[in-house]
Design a protein around this ligand. Structure first.
Ligand code: PLP
Length: 337
């Protein structure tokens, strides 16, 4: 078979691997499949969102590749995804970040030649950075000629990107997905996947995974340690009727989920993947034998080396929790060949 060359960097966004986990729950009599979004070129599921929002805006004539300036608030994966796509299209990009942005993400943004605007003070009323960042975005948009604000929290091209994520899963599994576990932040991934499931009349139970302290499903706000999933403002894209059940996961359980994944599957995953794993492990006794369960892993663990995978950080935040993820009973995988 002759493989055609892909069209530049956007050509390698999506089409991420779906792999089966055999060791995370060895007694489980169903299949556990995980969609590994870290294999996008910018390292996360947000590459899909960034590409979809920018292409959608170019097609709609809202963004002029010759002179527009893209301005967005993100301290994490979307910022990196947008920085990458803006560089590809030769667009100027101003990323509004806050003091919680990791030095690694800052370095990545700068490496892609994004301009960085730092918000140093959280919102006075809520104590959260997100409202303060959004305020700064609005000021910059008003002051910058030809500014374009993708607004990931309300842009329909955000969920549209994830209809494709779900389509890839659908095709890989020949249509049989009994359970889907996905985390929520902007609600883009969940909304796109759930809309695809509805449109194609798939018989899939949709489990949303949110952080304790996030307000998306009307829970009381509380401080959260891990970036990625959860939100301090309910995103306009939210439609909770698309979700059959929601599971709230603590920072501690998310970290334990991540550590178990490394221990049992050698998968270094991000915090929301740990949360999704913890939710699945807590739920699995309710799943009938022979089911296909799909978990979406939005990013990899290399952006969390100084938190989730740093023993000192974990000890400081949670105490000695090694007993929660280390186990003597774990059997290593047989070596083939
Ligand atoms: C690591 C990670 N997990 C989960 C999410 C939530 O995805 P969504 O915004 O599509 O709801 C995000 C969003 O930024 C993320 O970066």
């Amino acid at each position: 078979m002759v493989r055609r060359a892909l069209q530049g960097l956007p050509g390698i966004i999506g089409g991420t691997p779906l792999i089966e986990l055999k060791q995370i729950a060895p007694e489980f009599r169903s299949r556990v499949l995980v969609k590994m979004e870290r294999f996008n070129p910018g390292g996360s599921i947000k590459d899909r969102t960034a590409l979809s929002m920018l292409l959608g805006a170019i097609e709609a004539g809202e963004l002029d590749p010759e002179r527009s300036v893209v301005i967005e608030s993100s301290s994490g994966n979307l910022g990196v995804g947008l920085a990458q796509i803006c560089r590809y299209f030769g667009l100027r990009f101003i990323c509004v970040i806050d003091a919680k942005t990791t030095s690694r993400n800052l370095e990545l943004l700068r490496a892609y030649r994004a301009e960085v605007e730092l918000v140093t003070e959280p919102d006075a009323d809520s104590g959260e950075y997100l409202p303060a960042r959004l305020r700064r975005v609005r000021e910059l948009v008003a002051a910058t000629p030809h500014a374009y604000w993708p607004n990931q929290y309300a842009n329909p091209n955000n969920p549209r990107a994830h209809q494709q994520t779900m389509r890839e899963i659908h095709l890989a599994l020949d249509g049989r997905i009994d359970y889907l576990f996905a985390s929520v932040g902007t609600f883009g991934t969940m909304r796109g996947c759930a809309e695809y499931i509805r449109e194609h009349r798939l018989n899939t139970r949709i489990i949303g995974v949110d952080a304790i302290g996030s307000v998306i499903f009307d829970q009381p706000p509380a401080p959260r340690l891990l970036p990625g999933h959860g939100a301090s403002i309910r995103p306009p894209l939210t439609d909770t009727s698309l979700v059959d059940e929601v599971i709230h996961v603590s920072d501690l359980d998310s970290v334990v989920g991540c550590r178990k994944l490394v221990q049992r599957e050698a998968i270094l995953a991000g915090g929301s993947s740990g949360a999704v794993t913890a939710a699945f492990l807590g739920y699995r006794d309710r799943i009938p034998d022979g089911s296909n369960c799909v978990l979406i892993y939005p990013d990899g663990g290399d952006r969390y080396l100084d938190t989730i995978y740093h023993d000192g950080w974990v000890l400081e935040k949670f105490g000695d929790i090694s007993g929660l993820w280390q186990e003597t009973a774990h059997q290593p995988a047989p070596v083939a060949g």
